[in-house]
Write a protein that binds this ligand. Sequence first.
Ligand code: WQD
Length: 326
Amino acid sequence: MTWLITGGAGYIGAHVVRAMTDAGERTVVYDDLSTGIADRVPADVPLVTGSTLDGELLARTLAGHAVTGVVHLAAKKQVGESVERPLHYYRENVEGLRVLLEAVTAAGVRSFVFSSSAAVYGMPDVELVTEETPCVPVSPYGETKLAGEWLVRATGRATGLSTASLRYFNVAGAASPVLADTGVFNLVPMVFEKLTEDAPPRVFGDDYATPDGTCVRDYIHVADLAEAHVAAAHALQASPGRDLTLNIGRGEGVSVREMIDRINALTGHDRPPAVGPRRPGDPARVVASADRAAAELGWKAKHDIQDMITSAWAGWVRLHPEAARG
Ligand code: WQD
């Protein structure tokens, strides 16, 4: 099997490439390097630089490398940016996926793993989110991920392509410092950035109906997420015509304040947070039931919050040595 990993030069993509390679799979990375970093791609893995909107390059790449499976991670993923630039997000995330699926279908590729997101649920008012929880996205980003699932499922039903849509919850951590997330768009790196500036971390609202008033999320280590992709790829390879939609989370909710307290304790910065107004569109609680991924893939997360924060901090300090205390 040869797997095309679109977005394989990204934070999550680089972890998926390594996990697939470690599992004995041949991989080829396809990335437009708009946010991906070429150095993240291992020297022995071919890198094709291009957009998923380029149908001709995709066709040449799929044929040239005799690709039999695709893991599609390439997408724009900033919720706030998607509100400001919805058409950009629909073009990249939906039209890009449509062009890719056309090339995949024409090339006779048999398996397709799609990077979806907990954002498809919007603001679920449930203790644990299952795959049956209604999907009511509240951002154009979440809408593009839900529309993406529809395209993937419809193509699978029409052509026999085996498909798996993986709904990522909140990803954090790194398998090694060089693979850490370089973006500062999510809680953990945003807190790191404040601590590095000797400023108080920000809490976006502490008046939610949660135990400590701050939002609760399901954090998943990126290494566990990558393993979920390997398990999904193998499941699709083993049985043609599969149509899987799976939550990829730990099933444990952790609040913003708890995360900040643990980051303070681990980094030795001990900076009390500054509480500000709510961020529009933030649900109080989004925590996965991961039972279906366990049942369908035999996959379960192995890393805990401490692993995520410790490994993320090691990656942060590598790029911001001034952040290390003492
Ligand atoms: C987490 C919580 C913030 C920063 C989004 C996407 C989701 C996925 C992950 C792609 C929220 C609070 C944050 C800060 C804070 N991305 N916060 N202070 O919004 O849960 O999920 O990213 O798939 O699809 O929707 O993640 O890390 O932005 O925020 O209080 O400085 O931390 O309000 O409650 P989110 P996040």
